[in-house]
Design a protein around this ligand. Sequence first.
Ligand code: GTP
Ligand code: MN
Ligand code: MN
Ligand code: MN
Ligand code: MN
Ligand code: MN
Length: 199
Amino acid sequence: MASGQLSREEALACEGCRHACHVMLFCNTNSKLFGKIPIRHIPLMQMRFDGLLGFSGGFVNLSKESLEEGLRRELSEELGVDITISEEHHVDACFSPTSSLSSSSRLILHFYVKKMEEEEIRKVEQMASSTAADHGQEVLGMVRVPLYTLKDGSGLATFLSHSFVGNARSQLINSLQRFNLVPPQELHKALSRAMEINS
Ligand code: GTP
Ligand code: MN
Ligand code: MN
Ligand code: MN
Ligand code: MN
Ligand code: MN
């Protein structure tokens, strides 16, 4: 486990910590961009009210709900869909890099990944932009992460050059690696290019 990372159990042992849970929902796909470039996987993120990209989810109140129940509630608010989340989807947790150091208000960020069917992902996109309570409020829209690289170098690199909330960008990159959604070499190139774009 990387330094600064906490297991689910270690995180839950922190007395007085606040907790937030976010999830990367994704599916495999055979569809192709412009009929020729394999899209391979569709990971979902969202454009937040503050203009930053992030994952769906939010603050969990452990006196009323478990981490996974809280995440499920946040997903129903933000996506308008009931999605069961279980402990097996928990990937890691860490202290928020931006929250205060006083232990009473330290924020622990939990991250989950759940693989779904392509039809379910499409349903999430539909409901999120129609019946979700938070549509147009906390959530301005769902976005698919482009995992391919086009001839001019755009695609994943350009996406990674945008602004992300908290450590959502690292969560994305780590998941692409861990779940083998982008070949390591391609990911490495996209990261270098994203740095060039931002410099
Ligand atoms: P409210 O209902 O308005 O309180 O929002 P929320 O419960 O949906 O909370 P939000 O999703 O904004 O997440 C809570 C905090 O976690 C944020 O203030 C950010 O600091 C952080 N955060 C938000 N999204 C992400 C994310 O995708 N990844 C990480 N690591 N942190 C995030
Ligand atoms: Mn929310
Ligand atoms: Mn949220
Ligand atoms: Mn909330
Ligand atoms: Mn809310
Ligand atoms: Mn793959």
